[in-house]
Write a protein that binds this ligand. Structure first.
Ligand SMILES: [Zn+2]
Length: 481
């Protein structure tokens, strides 16, 4: 077996990504006003639920790949009340009518989102939600939760704050927090009682503690999702009914046989070190087993592309859309991090390409075996601005071999299935939640929606592009740019 070198840096790397960065947010300029007035100002930005009619547009309901023209959508009380040919539409009195050469699809979900900690400032927390919303992300699953996020979930849901619908994990279970049976049981119980939507798994949990966690989580009907600890491994995670596996964690170990038995493997960057050991012929088997277990995957390919892909230098990534809404020092931090990682002895562009290619093959195999895929970009981390990064992940799914329509499903229809809301969420149909993205270009042809967004409907509240742009401008100013 080839000796793996350079582990200490990779340790740092992983910890930085998973734990340090979300807590530090270097240099956020913070609110220009105090937090209270900031909140009050934002409150006024939430539109009411006046009925909205989107007339005579191209509509992709997501029931099929057909883009239908001449369609009208009537929205009332947060739901889609009617949809059909414009000639048959009945326009409610007092409705706000929107029309134009627009393409309408369901609002998108970012299923590996991060909501900043309240320790980074309430305003920054709100600003990140605005960034998601302004890019047509109408649902997020926050993957490093804290009690303050429960309050945000409430406020965005009842219209006190602009933002997507929020699902949130509780605080992380990891080597430092999930230390023994009793602690694990208590944490699960407390998170269930507090009303968190799921448990977030980070690396370093022993198999023994994981087994206790599974038992306790099942008894509270609480999902557990995220990473897979080394001792647990892919097979046990599938058997335990993990909700979602994020970052394609531990698939590289599954593909790599004995090479995966390394000195201290709990810490290596999603199996980058195994890229030259992985056996491609096992990819189908991994996908088949995942489908059989009914476990979802959130590949977050953009995170790994940004970290490893020699095609994109930090200087290139700085220029990507959306960076202007984040503090310059945060972007500098990301650039420094990627530059350091890529200057390590164990960074090799060929190995990086091989690693990313294996991840693409895995993503496509999971899709082909009908193992559920969900869209997630791990924003805001490593050149992944909230919302913008989700569009980029769509493009990367297409790069992996999904069609644009199939890629869009991971952020819409699949989310409805994942949530057990297949008759409420993720399609444009009568009775469904009125979460919509209104675009100036055909989303089956373009996946980078950044400047194509003509409006967003979130839970029946209509934000036009001017309002979204103003909100973003305020975010940009507060970021100090
Ligand atoms: Zn994450």
């Amino acid at each position: 077996m080839k000796q793996i070198t350079g582990i200490p840096f990779i340790v740092l790397a992983l910890l930085a990504v998973l734990i340090l960065l979300p807590l530090t947010a270097p240099g956020y300029a913070g609110p220009l006003v105090n937090t209270t007035t900031g909140t009050a100002a934002l409150t006024q930005d939430v539109p009411d639920r006046t009925p909205v009619v989107i007339r005579n547009v191209h509509l992709l309901t997501m029931e099929s790949e057909a883009m239908k023209s001449g369609q009208t959508i009537v929205i009332r009380d947060g739901k889609i009340a009617w949809t059909g040919p414009d000639s048959e539409a009945q326009i409610p009195d007092g409705a706000r009518v929107i029309t134009g050469n627009y393409y309408v699809i369901p609002g998108l979900a970012e299923m590996h989102a991060h909501i900043p900690s309240v320790r980074q400032g309430e305003q920054y927390m709100h600003d990140v939600l605005v960034m998601y919303l302004a890019q047509g992300i109408t649902t997020i699953r926050g993957m490093l939760g804290e009690p303050a996020h429960l309050d945000l979930r409430e406020k965005t849901s009842n219209g006190d704050l602009p933002g997507p619908r929020i699902f949130t994990s509780g605080p992380s279970f990891n080597a430092n927090s999930a230390t023994d049976h009793e602690t694990v049981r208590r944490m699960v119980r407390e998170q269930a009682e507090a009303g968190f939507d799921l448990i977030k798994l980070h690396p370093g949990i022993t198999l023994d503690n994981f087994n206790v966690l599974v038992e306790e989580a099942h008894s509270h009907g609480l999902e557990f999702s995220g990473h897979i600890s080394y001792e647990v491994g892919l097979i046990r995670s599938l058997e335990a009914g993990q909700g979602s596996i994020d970052h394609l964690d531990r698939y590289m170990e599954f593909l790599s046989g004995d090479a995966a038995n390394r000195p201290d493997p709990s810490i290596i960057y999603f199996g980058y070190d195994l890229a030259n050991h992985a056996d491609e012929s096992l990819i189908d088997e991994a996908a088949r087993l995942t489908a059989e277990a009914g476990v979802w995957n959130v590949p977050t390919n953009t995170l790994l592309v940004n970290v490893f892909d020699p095609r994109y230098s930090p200087d290139d990534m700085r220029q990507w859309p959306g960076m202007e809404y984040l503090p310059a020092q945060m972007i500098d931090g990301w650039a420094g991090y990627v530059n350091r990682l890529r200057s390590q002895d164990d960074y090799d562009p060929d190995q990086a390409r091989r690693f990313l290619d294996l991840r693409n093959q895995l993503t496509l195999a999971l899709h082909r075996h009908n193992a559920g895929l969900l869209l997630g970009a791990d924003a805001p981390q490593i050149f992944n601005p909230p919302g913008f990064a989700a569009h980029r992940e769509l493009a990367l799914l297409v790069e992996a071999g999904l069609t644009p329509f199939e890629a869009l499903k991971t952020a819409t229809v699949n989310v409805g299935r994942y949530l057990g809301e297949e008759n409420e969420t993720g399609m444009v149909k009568e009775g469904f939640r009125a979460d919509l993205l209104i675009l100036r270009q055909n989303p089956l042809e373009v996946t980078h929606f950044g400047d194509q967004i003509a409006g967003v409907v979130a839970a029946g509240r209509y934000y036009d592009s001017r309002q979204l742009q103003e909100m973003l401008e305020a975010v940009r100013e507060r970021a100090g740019n």
